[in-house]
Design a protein around this ligand. Structure first.
Ligand SMILES: [Zn+2]
Length: 267
């Protein structure tokens, strides 16, 4: 299984329109400092593709040379998640399931016939999309879903905003042990704190509860980019900031299961 971070920003992206903070200023001339809006992750296994997180911007600049889109996993049905999907909806070929919590009936994508087939899925039920096992994870304090993804021995937990899994999701994932946790951090400008305090404490608690080997932070705002500039020592150990275009693979060194970690073998 391979992961490709198509976008790692909040819905505003970086640079933010109209903002003249140092991060946005730099991102206007430094492509590497830019973050496309929305936190969209492409997951690949063999020829199969999934998009996780919806797509506020078109998911790909041009169609992939190979592979088929087995489905799109949405945390919810907000317009920010859907705005990049209308071109795909007008495409031709095999229908593409658009999966998430129960879709509202007045949604354009529900009312207008097209390639995408909006469908509500049951939380915590195992579902197979191509070769990838998927489970929707209820979050604490909201109706949105995160997702657990598994292919072979590679396991990923993806969360749309902050590290807030519902108790029943945590229970379902006990001993599942993801290789990667991908999440935002509920970052508030006034309260970053040191590792173990404030904003990071929820992340560290979740990391420990899941037994995640490595954490990648996405949904990054320009304020968070500004805060972290020059102070990576303030970020908890084992966590890194994802960047647009970053790729991860189950074949990467360091992602093989750690010796001595007890892990359930199948969903
Ligand atoms: Zn800014």
């Amino acid at each position: 299984m391979r992961l490709n971070f198509l976008s790692t920003g909040t819905e505003a992206g970086v640079p933010v329109y109209g903002c003249d903070c140092p991060v946005c200023g730099r991102a206007r001339f430094d492509r590497a400092a830019r973050r496309r809006p929305g936190g969209c992750l492409q997951v690949e296994a063999g020829a199969a593709r999934l998009l996780v997180g919806g797509c506020p911007v078109p998911p790909v600049a041009r169609p992939p040379a190979e592979g088929r889109l087995e489905g799109i996993l949405l945390p919810g049905w907000g317009t920010g998640r859907l705005s990049g999907l209308h071109a795909l909806h007008r495409g031709v070929g095999a229908p593409v399931p658009l999966l998430g919590p129960a879709p509202p009936a007045d949604l354009d994508l529900v009312r207008e016939p097209g390639l995408l087939r909006p469908l509500g899925i049951e939380p915590l039920q195992s579902l197979r999309l191509g070769p990838i096992d998927v489970r929707a994870l209820p979050l604490a304090g909201g109706p949105e879903y995160g997702y657990a993804l598994e292919h072979g021995e590679f396991r990923v937990v993806w969360l749309p905003g902050g590290p807030r899994l519902a108790a029943r999701s945590l229970q379902a994932l006990s001993r599942w042990v993801p290789d990667l946790l991908i999440t935002g951090v509920d970052w508030e400008e006034s309260a970053p704190g040191a590792a173990g305090e404030g904003t990071w404490s929820r992340l560290l608690s979740l990391q420990a509860a899941l037994g995640a080997r490595r954490t990648l932070i996405t949904h990054v705002s320009h304020q968070l980019d500004r805060w972290r500039t020059g102070r990576m020592d303030g970020v908890p150990a084992g966590t890194e900031f994802a960047r647009d275009g970053q790729r991860e693979s189950s074949a990467a060194p360091g992602l093989t299961p750690a010796a001595g970690v007890e892990r359930e073998s199948a969903v």
